[in-house]
Ligand binder design. Structure first.
Ligand SMILES: Cc1cc2nc3c(=O)[nH]c(=O)nc-3n(C[C@H](O)[C@H](O)[C@H](O)COP(=O)(O)OP(=O)(O)OC[C@H]3O[C@@H](n4cnc5c(N)ncnc54)[C@H](O)[C@@H]3O)c2cc1C
Length: 387
């Protein structure tokens, strides 16, 4: 087992750290308030700068416009980005996941015509599974895809869609036959230029700069050659992508935890009460110890999942463990950071309250903590709690 970074990884991370602290960190609190990432031009400008670091399409093969990075390196960059600007990390996560889904699809035409612009960030993607009546139980999807002479028509509403309002392309999981349940699902790619769809922004507690939207499809045209999965394989295709999505969510929480820990440590070393640094009190040290240990445990679980992907192994259970442990650890760690900063932890003068609000978002998307636990339970017991 080798926990050391390679020389290439170290150089990449160092240059990304310098870039991120200078160019991104000053935007994080401001954009949280102004919601500037709701402007696609602003997002595309940032994606262009992030692309060379592998933050937008790191693991996508170079032939499609990605960087062809390994998953561990992709995770290292995603961790650092989330620690600097969580919302922007979210935008990049979706972009990477859309890129991977198209890469893995059997649709050669979309790989050639659409993937390069997703990889470069010139085109923004979103992945639409959730609906007003359909959350954890994706097999019950109601959005319908109907064959017509020259393509398909899409009808339905998707909700909580990351990057939805700023998207140029929407990958929509839809049913061609509801009576077939999961076996009736497919993945359709909607090109917003040719087939406009309406969106509505949803306001939320954390990751406020990260657009999250409702998407409405009303007889929206899908081109004949824009299906990304064979009929019946839509859920399977998406679930395979979830390995990466969950690992990226987990590593995002590791980044947020590290940022919260670093802030708490700095503050505890400087702030004096009772005539001494608060960091010298044993109860503060216990919190710092817990924060650090939890963050390291989360990182180890998460990088194992990335490593398994690099070995070409499936890691459904391992990415589920990483997702639920790291995201829950992120919430506890960010909460303890707030506690250590006392009143200042709740003030907008410090980023602690944003770390907490952002970390709290992470336990829900891409499968809640409870769903991840059921995946691990099923893998361990050979018995499924799902229908
Ligand atoms: C910030 C954010 C970004 C998101 N981005 C996207 C996106 O880009 N694309 C997309 O498609 N969706 C996205 N989502 C939606 C997200 O994936 C869903 O919110 C999530 O899957 C849970 O669905 P739900 O909210 O409908 O909750 P529900 O499924 O209704 O669950 C409600 C509660 O019941 C629990 N529960 C459900 N089933 C079980 C069970 N069998 N056993 C035990 N407990 C159970 C859940 O854990 C939860 O606590 C996003 C959500 C958020 C908050």
């Amino acid at each position: 087992m080798d926990f050391a970074l390679t020389e290439d990884q170290r150089i990449l991370l160092d240059s990304f750290e310098k870039f991120g602290r200078k160019e991104l960190e000053p935007l994080a609190d401001e954009y949280d308030r102004t919601k500037a990432l709701r402007d696609p031009a602003v997002v595309k400008g940032l994606l262009k700068k992030l692309y060379p670091f592998g933050a937008v399409s790191g693991p996508i093969p170079e032939e499609y416009g990605g960087l062809g990075l390994d998953y561990v390196t992709t995770g290292l960059i995603a961790e650092k980005l989330a620690g600097i600007f969580g919302s922007l990390g979210g935008v990049c996560l979706i972009q990477t996941v859309c890129g991977r889904l198209i890469t893995e699809s059997p649709n050669q035409e979309c790989k050639k015509s659409i993937l390069p612009a997703i990889c470069s960030g010139d085109s923004i993607g979103c992945l639409c599974v959730t609906e007003p009546n359909v959350g954890s139980f994706a097999a019950a999807i109601e959005t319908a895809l109907k064959k017509v002479d020259d393509g398909y028509l899409l009808n339905g509403t998707k909700t909580w869609i990351s990057n939805g309002s700023i998207s140029d392309k929407a990958i929509v999981i839809a049913t061609t036959d509801r009576s077939l349940g999961a076996k009736g699902l497919t993945a359709a790619l909607v090109d917003r230029d040719r087939s406009p769809y309406k969106t509505r922004e949803l306001e939320k507690m954390g990751m406020k700069a990260f657009p999250t939207s409702e998407l409405i499809f009303e007889d929206t045209k899908v081109q004949d050659n824009h299906l990304l999965a064979e009929p019946g394989q839509g859920l399977k295709t998406t679930l395979r992508t979830f390995e990466l999505a969950r690992s990226l969510m987990a590593v995002g929480s590791v980044g947020m935890s590290r940022a919260a820990l670093a802030l708490a440590v700095r503050y505890a070393q400087e702030r004096k009460q009772f005539g001494k640094e608060i960091g010298s009190f044993q109860l503060i040290q216990a919190m710092i110890s817990d924060m650090r240990t939890r963050t390291d445990a989360a990182a180890l679980l998460t990088y194992r999942a990335f490593w398994m992907m690099d070995q070409g192994q499936r890691c459904d259970a391992q990415s589920a463990m990483a997702k639920y442990y790291a995201t829950e650890a992120g919430v506890e760690t960010a909460s303890e950071c707030v506690q250590i900063l006392g009143g200042y932890g709740l003030s907008e003068e410090y980023p602690a309250e944003r770390y907490f609000r952002d970390a709290r978002m992470q336990t829900i998307p891409d499968g809640t903590t409870q769903i991840q636990k059921l995946i691990v339970g099923r893998d361990t017991l050979g018995l499924s709690a799902f229908v």
